[in-house]
Design a protein around this ligand. Structure first.
Ligand code: ZN
Length: 167
């Protein structure tokens, strides 16, 4: 396993729409590296496009930073559905946008369907931080960054930092 370099805001590869995954040994190795990279960063979620791989997969572990122990989830070919009408603002960080926190309002609950590395299919209703994390990571697979949700006023506040990252 190895820690991979994380692409930073401004890199065009963060804007690509990622491709469906066919799991093979290379993908399994990538998942292990992504988990190590997430913990090393340290972060609670990391999507494949953030390490320059245009595949629809991400890893997440929402609670390890709260002292819950490590319990990484590998999410392959995710589908989000049934967003709640109820929305919630949350201040999000992103490993690809260091030093910038963005308040994003997203559905408070959402259903995540995904495959694991053995092709088994799972579905889970997510709420709270897990819902935030899954939606944030899913966005990366479509080339969407949380800064895309900034209001003009909020964007003006972080414009200098974003320009610095993109330089
Ligand atoms: Zn991110």
């Amino acid at each position: 396993m190895s820690v991979l370099p994380i692409l930073v805001y401004g890199d065009a590869r963060l804007r690509q729409v990622a491709q469906p995954v066919v799991v093979d040994d290379k993908v399994r190795a990538l998942a292990a590296d992504m988990i190590e990279t997430m913990y090393d960063a340290p972060g609670r979620g990391l999507a494949a496009p953030q390490v320059g791989v245009s595949l629809r997969m991400f890893v997440m572990d929402c609670h390890w930073k709260d002292g819950a122990g490590r319990d990484p989830l590998v999410v392959v070919n995710p589908v989000l559905s049934d967003p709640s009408e109820d929305v919630k603002p949350f201040t999000e960080g992103c490993l690809s946008i260091p030093g910038v926190l963005v308040e994003v309002t997203r559905p408070a609950q959402v259903t995540l369907r995904w495959e694991n590395l053995d092709g088994e299919v799972f579905a889970r209703r997510l709420c709270d931080f897990e819902a935030v994390c899954a939606q944030h990571e899913y966005d990366h697979l479509d080339g969407v960054l949380n800064t895309d949700y900034l209001s003009d006023a909020a964007r003006a506040e972080v414009a200098d930092r974003l320009a610095e990252l993109a330089a």
